[in-house]
Design a protein around this ligand. Structure first.
Ligand SMILES: C[S@@+](CC[C@H](N)C(=O)[O-])C[C@H]1O[C@@H](n2cnc3c(N)ncnc32)[C@H](O)[C@@H]1O
Length: 264
């Protein structure tokens, strides 16, 4: 597997226990992915799988699943949880822009807004090419990102907003996260800073969470020019159609037939 170059999101994902403290409560997407995985009827690949929040319950449901992530800390926590649950998952440490697994999958998905970590066109093109290479004939690819909120993108600079809290995995107290953000209209990257405050008085930690924004028509065009056919676009995990008011963009794709070149 090629070497993994650094990424600006690495510090945020150094410790899977903190990630789970904040995110374990989110379960609304699990039935959606379980249905897709069962319908796929074959091996499934989750890209940017993190601590296995979805991967492990899908494996428990009998799905043959591979979880790929670039973060050693997130994968270490995922492996420990899978061992404890006595479920089999093929964990792979790799960058989603450059991996070769030597097998193909009936379903590939990148859940929970992880595509927002790929900021530029070369990254996105490399990522989509990897997905295409690993998609079995007739296979499906699911992208799950936000529908951009103009209210969030136009927040006043420096204004602090609450994110959430959880019990501190290293102490007796709790952790509270707040955020500030500045949206860069040229790069379409929302530059977010998360401040972790510890109730036991340890110094705050500030990490970057830079999220590339995908406007709806742009996302569809990116998928099409990177070789996908759009089958469905939903606005939420209950499969309601995508509309202006939707919080999410859930796009189900298949590989488009390759175009013949004329040589001219
Ligand atoms: C929001 S978390 C999602 C984790 C998990 N899929 C879930 O649903 O809880 C984003 C994950 O993306 C991973 N990630 C970010 N950029 C990546 C890349 N280029 N290749 C592989 N993983 C990446 C991070 O390490 C992190 O674990």
């Amino acid at each position: 597997m090629p070497a993994i170059p650094p990424s600006d999101c690495d510090p945020l994902y150094r410790d899977g226990r903190h990630y789970d403290g904040l995110n374990d409560r989110f379960q609304d997407d699990l039935p959606f992915y379980r249905d897709l995985a069962v319908a796929a009827g074959g091996p499934v690949l989750e890209l940017a799988c993190g601590t296995g929040r979805l991967t492990i319950p899908l494996a428990q449901a009998g799905i043959d699943i591979t979880g790929l992530d670039r973060s050693a800390g997130m994968l270490a926590h995922a492996r420990a949880k899978a061992r404890e649950a006595a479920v089999k998952v093929a964990w792979v440490r790799a960058d989603a822009r450059r991996f070769r697994l030597g097998r193909r999958f009936r379903l590939i998905f990148i859940p929970f807004n992880s595509l927002h970590h790929l900021h530029d066109r070369p990254s996105l093109e490399a990522f989509f090419a990897c997905v295409r290479r690993h998609l079995a004939p007739g296979g499906r690819f699911l992208v799950d990102v936000f529908n951009p909120s103009l209210q969030v993108l136009t927040r006043p600079e420096g204004q602090v907003y609450p994110v959430g809290g959880y019990p501190d995995p290293d102490g007796q107290g709790s952790v509270e996260i707040t955020e500030t953000n500045v949206y860069d209209r040229a790069t379409q990257v929302n530059r977010i800073k998360w401040r972790f405050a510890f109730s036991d008085g340890r110094p705050d930690v500030v990490d970057e969470l830079n999220m590339r924004v995908f406007f709806p028509q742009e996302l569809d065009a990116l998928l099409v020019y990177n070789g996908f056919r759009l089958l469905e676009k939903w606005g939420g995990f209950d499969r309601q159609p995508f509309t202006s008011a939707s919080a999410k963009q859930l796009v189900l794709c298949a590989a488009a037939p390759r175009r013949r070149t004329t040589g001219r």
